[in-house]
Design a protein around this ligand. Structure first.
Ligand code: C2E
Ligand code: CA
Ligand code: CA
Length: 553
């Protein structure tokens, strides 16, 4: 057994001097029997110079007769290897210690693969950050620390804005590069003791523990926002993103880890709602808001099938003739319990759940049918404006070809429909959106830029995208009465637009004075409660013959 065992074996006297070794010992250690007999067993170890370790082993053998553990040995060729080692004492007839027998095997490889498995289970392969599982463990530890130190802890939830577009347009390799860079930037924003993790996808968390100054959290969050908006150099491409951040505090906001994470997620969602690229603290009302949102989200799923959506049309008047020549289609939800809901109450939910695509298709179909009605009633140039949110452009499901097919089927000119987009869409760094807008134009649909003046749209964009109309935001129109500023701005917008052959629609006209002022500066079209609120299709048809803004005024 001794000669043929696959385990290394060694016999020493009670002082540790080697008396004999078996062939497996030589295979594992590289030493032949002659080379080790007479030497101290501890000379084989890499830790030979760590006396306390050896003393512990000697102590155990002396008192219990055995020792078992893992220890690093050094191979004859100098390499270190880990062995699992067991010492047993052999006693003679008088019961006195006589020999020590050591059994050992090389477990270096086994250990390495165990470590690899541990790493894979606890760390994210791409970024090297702790993964969700490890994050959970660390969160619990940090909470305990807080309980002891009474210094508060913050859980920060970071979600990248529009990351999906990077993946969709540049490909996953670039997406991966970006995530790695995000991980490195995040790690630079925090202190060495803070824990950055990647929960998956584009979701990251930071645990800021033992906070001495209340202001630290906001400062770090602000820093993260800034770092995330700096351009990312990904090989030959440059990508730009931003992030939305939710913050919750322990122990103030919750007593357990799951609730903390839920809080941070809700606070992050609120930051997204408020326009992204910002941070938000958790507040208890968010829980209620989440509940309502979830309920609405579930009900909205069925709203299209249950025929609960309504489309209303707000007339757009040609300011030079006073006649209705277009209408904007605006969606409503006739909720069985909550009553008539306006878009502000459900469009965001529809967007974040992806339902905006089917709702958008429904809106388009209804709008196209109404436009057809208007043509049949003898208004061949009548146009209906359809709002299209950025999300609809992002989703590949929004197939503009289907829309064109529908117009074809109804035997209508594509020009009967104007697509209303907002300028943030044009500023979008990725190309997918641009291509889709251009595709609409190639199909001869017109494009109108909504809420003009509220963002940072440059003239270059107006030119590049061949915009047909801009809609002056109601904020400018409502300023018309006050002083000279409002009218100067409107007049400047009109002059610039006309130079670029773009027509102007003023939105939110509520008074005769506003209407007259806009007409004076040459604004082409007007829309607002002064002319009409949004109305149902039949009512729109009836009001067509009315002159809503007599020209003689
Ligand atoms: P928007 O495109 O800027 O639409 C104009 C909003 O201003 C409408 O609100 C309209 O009812 C309101 N409005 C019109 N005239 C006046 C006025 O004289 N004074 C005031 N104070 N308000 C006026 P609504 O219908 O609640 O729509 C809100 C937003 O919801 C829209 O803003 C649009 O962004 C979005 N939306 C509406 N329908 C759709 C849709 O079918 N699809 C998408 N994606 N978004 C939609
Ligand atoms: Ca609009
Ligand atoms: Ca608008």
């Amino acid at each position: 057994m001794y000669q043929n065992s696959s385990e290394g074996m060694m016999v020493t006297d009670t002082s540790g001097i080697i008396l004999s070794v078996n062939p497996s010992f030589s295979r594992i250690s590289g030493y032949l029997e002659d080379e080790v007999v007479g030497r101290q067993a501890y000379e084989l170890t890499s830790d030979g110079k760590k006396p306390h370790m050896l003393n512990r082993i000697r102590h155990a053998i002396y008192h219990t007769g055995q020792w078992e553990g893992e220890i690093w040995h050094r191979h004859k060729d100098g390499e270190h290897y880990l062995v699992s080692l067991r010492f047993n004492t052999v006693f003679n007839e008088d019961g006195k210690a006589f020999r020590l027998v050591a059994l050992f095997s090389d477990i270096t490889k086994k250990k390495a693969s165990e470590e690899l498995i541990w790493r894979q289970a606890n760390f994210d392969g791409l970024t090297g950050l702790p993964n969700r599982r490890m994050f959970h463990e660390r969160l619990l530890l940090e909470m305990k620390k807080t309980d002891r130190s009474h210094l508060p802890m913050a859980l920060v939830f970071i979600d990248l804005d529009h990351f999906k577009e990077i993946n969709d347009t540049l490909g996953h390799d670039y997406g991966d590069l970006l995530l790695k860079e995000v991980a490195s930037r995040l790690s630079h924003c925090v202190r060495g003791t803070d824990i950055v993790s990647r929960l998956g996808g584009d979701e990251f968390t930071v645990i800021l523990s033992e906070l001495r100054y209340a202001g630290d959290v906001a400062r770090i969050a602000q820093q993260i926002l800034e770092k995330m908006t700096a351009p990312f150099n990904l090989k030959q491409e440059i990508a730009q993103i931003s992030s939305s951040i939710g913050i919750t505090l322990y122990p103030d906001d919750a007593a357990d880890a799951d609730t903390l994470l839920k809080n941070a997620d809700q606070a992050m969602y609120a930051a997204k709602q408020q326009g992204r690229n910002r941070f938000n603290y958790f507040a208890p009302f968010m829980q209620e808001a989440t509940r309502v949102r979830m309920a609405l989200s579930n009900e909205l799923r069925d709203a299209v099938h249950r025929d609960e959506l309504r489309l209303v049309f707000q007339p757009i008047v040609d300011l030079s003739t006073g006649k209705i020549c277009k209408a904007e289609a605006l969606v409503r939800w006739q909720h069985p319990v909550r009553g008539l809901l306006s878009p502000s109450e459900f469009i965001a939910i529809a967007e974040s759940s992806g339902m905006i695509v089917s709702i958008g298709d429904w809106v388009f179909q209804q709008a196209a049918r109404q436009a057809k009605r208007m043509q049949q009633l003898g208004y061949p140039d009548f146009q209906i404006c359809v709002n299209k949110s950025a999300w609809q452009f992002r989703d590949d499901g929004s197939n503009y070809q289907q829309w064109l097919d529908l117009l074809d089927e109804l035997e209508m000119y594509p020009k009967s429909i104007v697509i209303e987009i907002t300028e943030n869409l044009l500023l979008d760094p990725t190309h997918a959106v641009n291509e889709k807008i251009l595709a609409f134009q190639h199909a001869h649909m017109q494009v109108s830029l909504d809420d003009f003046g509220t963002g940072y749209c440059s003239v270059a964009f107006l030119k590049r995208f061949n915009i047909d109309y801009i809609k002056i935001d109601p904020a400018f129109v409502s300023n018309l009465a006050g002083g000279a500023d409002g009218i100067t701005l409107c007049s400047a917008i009109v002059a610039m637009a006309h130079k670029l052959s773009i027509k102007v629609i003023a939105e939110g006209i509520e008074t005769r004075q506003q209407m007259s002022a806009l007409r004076l500066v040459g604004c082409d079209f007007g829309q607002g409660y002064f002319f009409s609120k949004p109305v149902l299709g039949p009512e729109l048809e009836k009001s067509m013959e009315m002159e809503l803004a007599p020209v003689d005024n």
